[in-house]
Write a protein that binds this ligand. Structure first.
Ligand code: NAP
Length: 293
């Protein structure tokens, strides 16, 4: 199994302290300021990272004027990831493949868009379940939104043999099949047939956020060697991951993806490659717990 090649950062071109932001609408929920703030402080860098609430009709103009606003780049969160792909001057092959952009930087006065959710998903999977690269032939993904696109782009780049996609709204899964003809669209019945053969099951929906019984599937028929990933990170242990842990399966939570997807953006804007550490993870968990009180 090969690794995807990512567009290599050239590092910041300006000498002044870097400034970056996350754009969303709303944007108050975004955890990126905690992550980038932690790394700026840890590395003793003078840069800063901000939240910018950008309404959909302002998106294209905001991205075009990033440098004028003093920004070296930005992260992009809900609801702008797909629209942002059409607003940048250049797009990396992975972002093109995923059809969505979550990280933008300015290079020689032009904007570039990347999808680091792809790298974030793979990096966290590699860190949490390194054995997946040897044994993963069949993957089942629940969901067909922006996050599912990033997951599919990553698994495709790693040449996973079969990828089945199950979504509440089948039309969205069929739209993904237009983009990636080799995927299989599953329905409520065929997804249960696919589960016993799955080496990797990924929840790429927001199911799991609504209470202790909010689960996408009954996973009793999964193999004992299967790996179960959830990209939801609030709560950190979803009903799906609790079920998987109860069956003794390897579990991969959603927080690591969030932390790892931030690494390439930080490196581009601030010129140093940060590390995803347990201390950072605990910092974000504390913030999530505070927000839930
Ligand atoms: P999106 O584009 O809006 O897609 C949402 C997906 O969830 C769709 O497949 C949707 O199905 C499904 N869904 C939502 N509510 C559902 C329900 N009650 N029953 C069945 N399916 C339901 O959103 P997204 O960007 O893909 O994000 C999905 C989740 O991933 C969010 O919770 C987001 O916070 C999380 N996420 C995490 C990371 C990370 O770093 N860990 C990164 C990106 C996203 P339909 O098509 O039928 O509506």
């Amino acid at each position: 199994m090969t690794s995807p090649s990512f567009h290599q950062p050239r590092g910041p071109q300006q000498q002044s302290p870097g400034k970056a932001c996350v754009i969303g609408h709303p944007v108050d929920h975004a955890r990126s300021p905690i992550i980038h703030g932690f790394w700026l402080e840890q590395l003793g860098l003078a840069g800063s990272y901000h939240r910018e609430d950008v309404a959909p009709h302002e998106l294209a103009h905001f991205i075009r004027t990033l440098a004028q606003r003093g920004y070296r780049g930005c992260n992009v969160t809900i609801p702008h990831k797909e629209a942002a792909a059409a607003c940048v001057d250049h797009i990396t092959p992975l972002a093109e493949s995923a059809g969505a952009v979550n990280t933008i930087w300015v290079e020689d006065g032009e904007t570039w868009g990347d999808n680091t959710d792809v790298a974030g998903f793979l990096a966290h999977l590699d860190a949490s379940a390194p054995q997946w690269r040897d044994g993963c032939r069949n993957a089942v993904i629940v969901g067909a939104g922006g996050a599912a696109r990033a997951v599919i782009a990553g698994l495709m780049a790693c040449q996973v043999e079969t990828i089945g996609v199950f979504n509440r709204t089948p039309e969205r899964a069929h739209a993904l099949q237009q983009r990636w003809p080799s995927i299989t669209v599953l329905d409520a019945s065929t997804v249960m047939d696919a589960l016993p053969h799955a080496d990797l099951l990924i929840n790429a929906t927001s199911i799991g956020m609504n209470g202790p019984n909010d689960r996408p599937l009954d996973i009793l028929t999964l193999k004992r060697s299967a790996i179960v990933c959830d990209i939801v990170y609030v709560p950190l242990e979803t009903a799906l991951l609790r079920d998987a842990a109860g069956l003794g399966l390897v579990c991969v939570d959603g927080l690591g993806m969030l932390l790892h997807q931030a690494v390439p953006g930080f490196e581009r804007w601030f010129g140093r490659k940060p590390v995803v550490s347990e201390e950072l993870r605990q910092r974000v968990i504390s913030d999530l717990n505070l927000a839930r009180r």
